[in-house]
Design a protein around this ligand. Structure first.
Ligand code: G6P
Length: 438
């Protein structure tokens, strides 16, 4: 690809874009990008112009010959692209706030990617991703699709089940966040830590931990369960401490999102309290976004502002740049990504998407087989995988009963009658973004 690389970013007006641009700038030597196309929709045009202006200033400051294009025309951006990154939010933060508030009325967790909120984020997102893939099949059939649009795991599953597109990698920052948390708790550089990740997106476990290449799981669990320090979380998830005996018995590190499943009542109470005071996470983020975009407007700003680390998705975009760099350069390094299982986890179907450590090659991720998940974790993971598959089916078909089935089998929803009440209210609340259900 001596002509230089063309990258198209769908959802280019995102507040995370400056981290993506920073990641491309610092890797320019090994990842010579010629064109970066930032794509958004008319409702996002103002944000696109603000973020795009900062992107151009960052690149000019770095003195790199990367041409930044801002466009509402997705097809123009996709033409002959080498990599397509997707980071969009259908219905914007307003839709997320509904996902977080409505379930609370029924005593159910309201969250961006879990429970009813995760179902509806998937129902809104999957048709759009499949539509983007139709354009890619025509305009850039050899490109890699790097998706970090949530729910990233369900979206990857939907693409593998409901399209012929196979050059997709789903990304998340949770694994890198766990690694950084472990390094921080042990007071060592993150490069000295390795973690065997396996599971699903937002349902991933750290199965073994290594310090300087030596197995360190038991020592870390002792440290984690004896210190009263943080057990590690993201900006968007309350840092409730794990029961020491639970973690010792589990002998694996849950991800921050496991709190919604292993601490459901406490997390619900946290969410209810937040919703009644400072607001749900989406409502808090909306304020943070206003501050970020005020910063981005400043013509004197030509770096990614540190305030962006206040978003839960910090380091997402750097993970994406790292992945693109390793595919482009056939690095064969190990990264945790969402990819087709292919037998890497015995108790998950071969053709399903899993989140797992993979060797990253020019032909994409090669998942590292783990045998199987620990017995104690298998049931929840398989239940979430069933939910993802039925939810994807509902997203593609627009079939009401399939959507009700998905809602009912979700472990955070207590009964079929509550599932029906929540489903009916949310179908009305999100009507404008669910054409498949009209
Ligand atoms: C975490 C998750 C992301 C999620 C983000 C929300 O990083 O890995 O999938 O989108 O948090 O962060 P926010 O700041 O939007 O609540």
């Amino acid at each position: 690809m001596s002509k230089g690389i063309k990258i198209a970013t769908i959802g280019g007006g995102s507040s995370y874009t400056p981290e993506l641009v920073e990641g491309f700038i610092k890797r320019y030597e090994s990842l010579p990008i010629r064109e970066l196309w930032l794509v958004d929709i008319p409702e996002g045009e103002e944000k696109l112009n603000i973020v795009g202006g900062l992107a151009k200033r960052m690149i000019k400051e770095a003195g790199l010959p990367i041409k930044v294009h801002l466009t509402l025309d997705r097809r123009e951006a996709l033409k002959d692209a080498d990599f397509v990154t997707t980071q969009f939010r259908v219905g914007l933060l307003e839709a997320r706030a509904k996902d977080e508030r409505i379930p609370l009325k029924y005593g159910v967790i309201g969250q961006e990617t879990n429970g009813p909120g995760g179902l509806f984020k998937g129902l809104r997102t999957i048709p759009v991703i499949l539509d983007i893939i139709k354009d890619m099949e025509e305009l850039c059939p050899n490109a890699w699709l790097i998706n970090f649009t949530n729910p990233a795991g369900m979206v990857t599953e939907a693409v593998l089940r409901h399209s012929n597109w196979r050059k997709i990698v789903g990304l998340c920052n949770v694994p890198v966040g766990i690694k950084m948390g472990i390094a921080d708790q042990l007071g060592v550089e993150v490069e000295r830590i390795h973690v065997d990740f396996a599971g699903l997106n937002h349902m991933v476990y750290g199965l073994n931990i290594y310090l300087d290449g030596e197995l360190y799981t038991d020592q870390y669990i002792d440290h984690l369960t004896s210190s009263d320090g943080s057990s590690g979380t993201m900006r968007n998830i309350a840092d409730l401490k794990w029961e020491p005996d639970f973690i010792k018995a589990l002998r694996a590190i849950p991800c921050p999102y496991h709190r919604y499943y292993y601490k459901t009542d406490e997390m619900f109470a946290e969410e209810k309290k937040a919703a009644d005071t400072e607001g749900t996470r989406a409502e808090v983020v909306k304020k943070l976004e206003k501050e970020l975009f005020e910063l981005y407007k400043d013509q004197a700003l030509s770096i990614k502002p540190p305030q962006l680390e206040q978003r839960g998705g910090a380091y997402y975009s750097d993970a994406a740049c790292n992945l693109i760099d390793s595919i482009y350069n056939d690095r064969k390094d190990i990264q945790p990504v969402n990819t087709m299982n292919n037998g890497a986890i015995a108790s998950i179907p071969d053709e399903s998407a899993v989140e797992i450590n993979s060797v990253i090659t020019k032909d994409g991720p090669k998942p590292i087989a783990i045998g199987d998940l620990p017995v104690a974790t298998r049931g929840l993971v398989q239940q979430i995988k069933s939910f993802e598959r039925v939810a994807a089916e509902a997203a593609v078909t627009g079939d009401y009963q399939t959507a009700l089935l998905a809602m009912t089998i979700n472990p955070l929803v207590p009964s079929d009658s509550v599932a029906k009440e929540i489903l009916d209210e949310m179908l009305v609340a999100h009507k404008e973004h669910l054409p498949q259900f009209l």
